[in-house]
Design a binder for this molecule. Structure first.
Ligand SMILES: Nc1ncnc2c1ncn2[C@@H]1O[C@H](COP(=O)(O)OP(=O)(O)O)[C@@H](O)[C@H]1O
Ligand SMILES: [Mg+2]
Length: 345
């Protein structure tokens, strides 16, 4: 092939690529390749450019034996390392080297492993407790009715915790699955919010928190999935009750309809404000990660799984909305959800 054609061809390829000529010098390199190895490399000996031994030896092998080799290359120049899977192949007298960025798939793999480790850990703790009590009930506490009752109560508590965890895991996998399917029902938030709050009355009472609802909009129809929206607000209001201060108030406000510049849509805004201890700013961005909790011990004590806000985030994404968390330590937290209004109304 004529050299000029090779340059055109290489430039059209979106992933980093280098062509090494018969004289072991660089014959062509495209823009993405230059962003790894630098500019003005044509004509330079490839060994002075591609310095990592694994790649140099893969190129030498292909030069000696023809055919192809696969190896790895790590670019450590940027803020984070980029890992490439590199294919080296003979093309006539030339050698073609292509680089596939593996960072995203490696990160996804890492996330999957972390997730499995987290789930196992969360399940093991209540299981260990249960096994311990079963043993005690079979032995030392067999003939002690008072101890037996107390242990059974703790066992029920631990078993409930496992049930909640499994329920949340299933919920999470379901919402992830249909995240790309647009919800179609017309949901009236003016009716949905009071029923969510009513459902949380026992918890509010137990925590000595009053929940006030202020509806400031005559019409709040959104295109949504009613069951999922109940999940969203139940999670957020429940958090406000759990992590808000006892004896204080949680305020739920529904306002609208305004145009949201970020979403470029007409929206209603539902905000839930508590007067609890608040959240330090460095935690805020991470709250929607699975199992991320500011204080795991406290969260477990109040029956949390650490999955609530992860589920909330997926549901809101599915509804093309957004969530905003504002908090001041010692003052309280305000979580706002912006949902596009239904086209029909
Ligand atoms: N209103 C709030 N005030 C203070 N912290 C909160 C509030 N809402 C959420 N958080 C923090 O965010 C974490 C994650 O919330 P979530 O995903 O619902 O998990 P869970 O409620 O099961 O612990 C909580 O563990 C808590 O540390
Ligand atoms: Mg929660």
């Amino acid at each position: 092939m004529i050299a000029e054609n090779i340059v055109l061809l290489v430039d059209a390829i979106p992933i980093p690529i280098i062509v090494i000529g018969q004289n072991d010098r660089i014959k062509a390199i495209n823009g993405p390749g230059e962003s790894i190895f630098g500019p003005h490399l044509t004509g330079r000996p490839h060994v002075s450019v591609v310095r990592q031994p694994a790649l140099v030896s893969a190129i030498a092998k292909v030069r000696a034996q023809g055919d192809r080799q696969v190896t790895r290359y790590v670019n450590r120049d940027g803020a984070t390392d980029i890992r490439y899977r590199v294919a080296v192949a003979a093309a006539g007298q030339d050698i073609v080297v292509t680089f596939e960025d593996q960072t995203a798939s490696e990160e996804a793999g890492q996330m999957r492993r972390d997730f499995v480790a987290n789930v196992s850990h969360e399940l093991r703790t209540p299981l260990t407790a249960l096994l311990g009590f079963i043993e005690t009930l079979g032995g030392a506490a067999r003939d002690d009715p008072a101890a037996r009752d107390r242990f059974l109560e703790i066992m029920a508590h631990e078993a409930n915790r496992m049930t909640r965890l499994v329920d949340d895991l299933l919920s999470l996998s379901r919402v992830e699955e249909d995240e790309r399917v647009r919800p179609k029902e017309d949901v009236d938030l003016r009716a949905l919010l009071p029923s969510v709050i009513k459902g949380l009355e026992p918890q509010a009472k137990a925590a000595e928190v009053t929940v006030a609802l202020d509806i400031q909009v005559p019409d709040a129809m959104v295109a949504g999935d009613a069951g999922q929206l109940v999940q969203v607000f139940a999670n957020i209001v429940e958090n406000a009750i759990k992590y808000g201060a006892s004896g204080k108030q949680v305020k739920v406000t529904l306002v609208g309809r305004t145009v949201d510049a970020r979403l470029r849509a007409e929206v209603v805004e539902i905000s839930v404000a508590d007067q609890g201890e608040g959240i330090a700013s460095h935690h805020i961005a991470r709250l929607t990660e699975r199992f991320y909790r500011v204080d795991s011990h406290r969260s477990r004590q109040v029956g949390g799984t650490g999955l609530g806000l992860a589920i909330v985030k997926h549901i809101i994404n599915r509804h093309r909305g957004r969530m905003q968390i504002e908090s001041e330590e010692g003052q309280g937290t305000k979580i706002s959800v912006f949902l596009p209004t239904s086209q029909l109304s």
